[in-house]
Design a protein around this ligand. Structure first.
Ligand SMILES: CC(C)(COP(=O)(O)OP(=O)(O)OC[C@H]1O[C@@H](n2cnc3c(N)ncnc32)[C@H](O)[C@@H]1OP(=O)(O)O)[C@@H](O)C(=O)NCCC(=O)NCCS
Length: 151
């Protein structure tokens, strides 16, 4: 059976294994087990017969602004609508009704455009969101596309 649910500490190793392939391709920022344990409440996972096959997180930056991050679907399960279901669930189940805008930094422009995200100038995002970028190898040469969804 396939379900989407909030992530638990016991999912951390499976999430690390899931994102590893995309981290190595430069598509996602790497995470340590410690970082994930600090952020686990921000995550939803999709589980298929007890195996974590996809994940996503929502990180709040201010009263009204949040970021979708660490979105990954196991390659064997891509193209089945799981990425879309996860993002829609994340938005729908967020306990925080003060969030008005959700942004993403991504190479997957088409995927997010289909969910209603619009392309924006990266520099229009608040400076503090770039703090995580110091951990990225592309820090000085970022080519990700910034997109935003207004709720
Ligand atoms: C991007 C990703 C999450 C998409 O997940 P997915 O489960 O394969 O996507 P879905 O099946 O839910 O696709 C939803 C729609 O987007 C489209 N889509 C998905 N990926 C696409 C792509 N790369 N290019 C164009 N369209 C795409 C699908 O065709 C589908 O369109 P439809 O509604 O017309 O049928 C997945 O490919 C992935 O994990 N990529 C690697 C990690 C990554 O880049 N994450 C994003 C970081 S922000």
């Amino acid at each position: 059976m396939r379900i989407i649910r909030g992530a638990a500490f016991s999912d951390i190793n499976q999430i690390l294994a899931l994102i590893d392939v995309f981290v190595r391709q430069g598509l996602l920022l790497s995470k340590t087990s410690y970082q994930l344990s600090q952020e686990i409440n921000d995550f939803l996972v999709c589980e298929d017969d007890d195996k974590v096959i996809a994940c996503v997180a929502l990180k709040k930056f201010s009263e009204s602004l949040a970021e979708i991050r660490t979105l990954a679907v196991n390659p064997d399960f891509q193209g089945l609508g799981i990425g879309r279901d996860l993002v829609l669930n994340l938005i729908k189940t967020s306990p925080d009704s003060s969030i008005k805008n959700i942004f993403v930094l991504t190479y997957e422009e088409m995927f997010f455009a289909k969910l209603g995200f619009l392309k924006i100038d990266r520099n229009s995002l608040p400076e503090k969101i770039w703090t995580d970028c110091v951990y990225c190898s592309k820090h000085d040469d970022c080519d990700e596309i910034a997109m935003i969804l207004s709720l």
